[in-house]
Design a protein around this ligand. Sequence first.
Ligand SMILES: Cc1cc2nc3c(=O)[nH]c(=O)nc-3n(C[C@H](O)[C@H](O)[C@H](O)COP(=O)(O)O)c2cc1C
Length: 187
Amino acid sequence: MACSKEIVQTTSFDDENPQVELQDAKVLVACFSFTGNTKTVASSLANLSGGTLYMIDPETPYGNENSTYYDENTRAYKEQYGPASTRPSIKKSLENAGDYNIVLLGFPIWYGKAPRVVFSFLDAYSFKGKTIIPFITSGSTGISSAASELKSTYPEITWKTGDRLNGKTTDQLKSWLEAGGLKSEIR
Ligand SMILES: Cc1cc2nc3c(=O)[nH]c(=O)nc-3n(C[C@H](O)[C@H](O)[C@H](O)COP(=O)(O)O)c2cc1C
């Protein structure tokens, strides 16, 4: 695993004593959302953590037809079931990506996994040695399969476990951030 020791030391955190190393964390809340559920959670997390909300925007938006599950003719289906290297184009408007040391990365589950635009985002910016905490919304699927794929695709990133955050109250989101080591960031 090719992590820079210096960066890892200042950005990763010890699960048993999380807040110590994160006191000066600069938080990015990056999110892809198709129908708005994940964006709602991401906005709350950005407010709570004092982080910057950045929406991952595909160059070509996904049309409403993609809401029809398991339709082999939809773009979402083709991308998710196509080659793992599929990377739909995204708008690249995130400034100073290197300044952030903690990224909360939100997305909806699409066919069990992270949408391919999330991989486009991770390819577009270097988060090597940074800490990413993924979060999802979904109909019912949990985060584990999506998280494993992200972790194995980007082993140079320090991945925290992450969670499914559908329907959480502000207090629950606050507790989630605290458990993830962002106690000192919470407003
Ligand atoms: C193309 C597509 C595939 C989906 N696949 C799953 C799935 O495998 N499991 C699941 O629980 N929900 C699935 N969903 C439901 C979404 O994950 C869920 O509605 C999510 O909250 C949408 O988030 P968003 O509003 O931020 O786009 C899928 C939705 C779409 C549009």
